[in-house]
Design a protein around this ligand. Structure first.
Ligand SMILES: Cc1cc2nc3c(=O)[nH]c(=O)nc-3n(C[C@H](O)[C@H](O)[C@H](O)COP(=O)(O)O)c2cc1C
Length: 217
C-alpha cells in the first residue's frame, strides 16, 4: 500500500513538513510505502477551466487534461492508496499552491451530472482515504472559529469526490520562525510562542503520526 504526503508549504523543514513527515512515519509503521512531495518544487497552474475533463467522450477519466509539472503528481495521487495533504494557513486559507493543487485534483473527477441513485453529483474518482494537516499562527481559541468553515469546505469537497471522511489535524500557535529576535515581529510574544511549542509540538507530532498510522484503516 502506498501513502503519499503532499506538502503545501514552501518550507521543507518546518511546521507543516515536520507534521507530514511524522504522519508518513505513522503510515510506515502500519506497513505502507511512503513518499513526500513538496509542491513548491514544481511549476504549475491551478485549473485553467479548459473543461476538457467535461467534454462529451472525454478520455480524461478523472485526471486533469492540462499538462504541466503537476501532471505526474496527479497521476501518482491517482495510483496512491491514501493521501495526506498539509498546508500552512496564509491569509485565512491554505496556500495558493495547495489551492491550485486541489483545483486540479478535484475538478476533473467532479461530474456536473446527478447520480439518480443518490441525488448527488457523480464522481469519477475511486474511493480514497485522505488526511489533511493544517498549521497556523492562530491559537486554538480562534483558529477553529476563524478557519473552521474554510477547512470544512475543503474537506467537504474531498469527501464528496473521494468518498471518504477526511481525517484532519489542526496544529495551532506555531512558531513561524526559530528566533523571533532576528525579525520585526513584536506582535508575537516570542517567549509564549516557544513555551507553547515546547509544551505542544511533540504532542501534535504524535497526533500526526497517529493520523498516518490510521489513514488506511
Ligand atoms: C504569507 C503568510 C500568511 C500567513 N497568514 C496566516 C493567517 O492568515 N493565519 C494564521 O494563523 N497564520 C498565518 N501565517 C502563519 C503560518 O500559517 C504558520 O506560521 C504556519 O505554521 C507556517 O507553516 P510552515 O512552517 O510549514 O511554513 C501566515 C504566514 C505567511 C508566510
Amino acid at each position: 500500500m502506498k501513502v503519499i504526503a503532499i506538502n503545501g508549504s514552501p518550507r521543507k523543514n518546518w511546521n507543516t513538513a515536520i507534521m507530514l513527515q511524522s504522519a508518513l512515519e505513522g503510515a510506515k509503521a502500519d506497513g505502507a510505502e511512503t513518499e513526500l512531495i513538496n509542491l513548491y518544487d514544481y511549476e504549475y497552474k491551478g485549473c485553467v477551466s479548459c473543461l476538457s475533463c467535461k467534454r462529451k467522450g472525454s478520455q480524461a477519466n478523472g485526471l486533469c487534461a492540462y499538462k504541466d509539472a503537476l501532471t505526474t503528481i496527479l497521476e501518482k495521487c491517482k495510483e496512491a492508496d491514501a493521501l495526506i495533504l498539509g498546508a500552512p494557513i496564509y491569509f485565512g486559507d491554505v496556500t495558493g499552491m495547495m489551492r491550485s493543487f486541489l483545483e486540479r485534483f478535484l475538478f476533473p473527477s467532479l461530474c456536473y451530472q446527478v447520480d439518480p441513485a443518490t441525488g448527488a453529483l457523480k464522481t469519477l474518482a475511486a474511493k480514497k482515504p485522505i488526511g489533511f494537516i493544517y498549521t497556523m499562527n492562530a491559537p486554538n481559541e480562534w483558529g477553529e472559529t476563524a478557519y473552521g468553515p474554510m477547512c470544512y469546505q475543503i474537506e467537504g469537497s474531498l469527501a464528496a469526490i473521494y468518498g471518504c471522511t477526511v481525517k484532519s489535524l489542526k496544529v495551532y500557535n506555531t512558531c513561524q520562525v526559530k528566533n523571533y529576535a532576528d525579525y520585526d515581529m513584536d506582535y508575537f510574544d516570542a517567549e509564549a510562542k516557544h513555551k507553547y511549542r515546547d509544551e505542544h509540538f511533540e504532542e501534535d507530532k504524535q497526533k500526526a503520526f497517529e493520523l498516518g498510522k490510521n489513514i488506511l484503516n
